[in-house]
Design a binder for this molecule. Structure first.
Ligand SMILES: *[C@@H]1O[C@H](CO)[C@@H](O)[C@H](O)[C@H]1NC(C)=O
Ligand SMILES: *[C@@H]1O[C@H](CO)[C@@H](O)[C@H](O)[C@H]1NC(C)=O
Length: 358
């Protein structure tokens, strides 16, 4: 069984891209991406089908396989209703077509791989990217059972088959030049136009910036060395540039980093550590660049004592203030009750103002 272009699998794949057309942007990168998956499970009668669209890291729409409808999942996508009343209907139809082609495709693929039953997964990812420097990117690729199957090379208008069975698909898809040319035009133009439109609809959340908070902590190691950890949190968008510097020069030795992970409030968190000789601790700085920062920041580890110093300073300041106010109060009282010598004596020992010189 093959993927001839008369067969639904191919047709659907064609249709898919039509579906998701997709948004102007700040200096960071933005992407429009679609993920489609079908999973066959011998325990279930029908394979499960999923399709989801993202702008950057925000899901904005998905397909409900029970109702056969594409539904909005980000508030801003609703703005499309006014500009394009057929949007949901059209995309529901396109994804429904994809669903059918994926169902057929699962059968085709188990034929190519000589499989009889079992659980199998077919996935498609495609989308486009608008980078901060104005350059663009686009990709379209398929995976079968979690491994690369085939991917589109829009520069050469060819498909790259990851294994022998995938060459069947490659031959069939490459035979249809018109469709291949459409795929390229979709990734390079149509997808980018939709991305720009979506970024405009969702600019309040997608193009916002939230300033990273940077803090350096330290941890003693076993071998007389210590680890400085630069913790960076609360930022958006996700792109961030964090380096350790020593005496102002980028330092990469014994540097480890964490993934950039999402917080529940839609911001991101990450960390970057460096192992240092405690004697040289002050020479290291955590250098952070982010769209939310007008200028890069450099943060060194700070003696907790200096914080304690600030706290003590504040407490002393507050006490002084209270003392001054109490002093003024007592002064006024003295002025008001010049004659009452007896009660003035008592005032010295009442309240908090005892140490305050007037
Ligand atoms: C799909 O829609 C049905 C009916 O409205 C609902 O019960 C179900 O939870 C939805 N499924 C998903 C994955 O959203
Ligand atoms: C499937 O079986 C055929 C015939 O036995 C064989 O030629 C082919 O290499 C097999 N394909 C795979 C992917 O194992």
């Amino acid at each position: 069984m093959g993927l001839s272009r008369k067969e639904p699998f191919l047709l659907l794949l064609l249709g898919v891209s039509a579906l998701l057309l997709g948004g102007s942007a700040g200096s960071s990168s933005h992407s429009l991406r679609y993920f489609t998956t079908i999973v066959s499970d011998p325990g279930e009668k029908v394979p499960q089908f999923f399709s989801v669209g993202y702008v950057d890291d925000q899901e904005y729409a998905h397909y409900n396989a029970s109702t056969k409808r594409v539904l909005p999942t980000a508030p801003w996508i609703r703005k499309v209703d006014k500009d394009d009343p057929q949007y949901w209907e059209r995309n529901s139809q396109v994804v429904w077509n994809t669903e059918q082609s994926f169902r057929v495709g699962l059968g085709t693929l188990s034929g190519y791989y000589n499989q009889s039953g079992g659980s199998h997964t077919l996935q498609k990812m495609y989308g486009c990217e608008l980078r901060g420097d104005g350059s663009k990117g686009g990709y379209r690729q398929f995976a079968y059972d979690g491994r690369d199957y085939i991917s589109f090379d829009k520069e050469t208008l060819t498909y790259t088959a990851a294994d022998v069975p995938a060459q069947n698909t490659k031959r069939k898809w490459e035979a249809d030049l018109a469709t291949i040319q459409y795929r390229k035009a979709y990734l390079e133009e149509i997808c980018i136009e939709w991305l720009q439109r979506y970024l405009d609809y969702g600019k309040e959340s997608l193009l916002r910036t939230e300033v990273p908070e940077v803090k350096v902590t330290r941890k003693e190691d076993y071998d007389d060395m210590e680890t400085l950890i630069c913790r960076v949190g609360g930022f958006y968008p996700k792109e961030i540039d964090i380096t350790w510097t020593k005496d102002g020069e980028v330092w990469t030795q014994d540097v480890f980093h964490g993934l950039v992970s999402p917080n529940s409030d839609g911001t991101y968190y990450t960390w970057r550590s460096v192992t240092v000789d405690p004697k040289e601790r002050e020479r290291y700085k955590c250098h952070v660049e982010h769209d939310g920062l007008p200028n890069p920041v450099d943060v060194a580890w700070e003696e907790p004592d200096s914080n304690l110093g600030i706290i003590i300073g504040c407490v002393v300041g507050v006490l002084l203030l209270i003392g001054v106010m109490a002093g003024i109060y007592f002064k006024k009282r003295q002025d008001g009750y010049k004659a009452a010598a007896a009660s003035d004596q008592g005032s010295n020992s009442s309240g908090t103002g005892t140490a305050v010189p007037i």
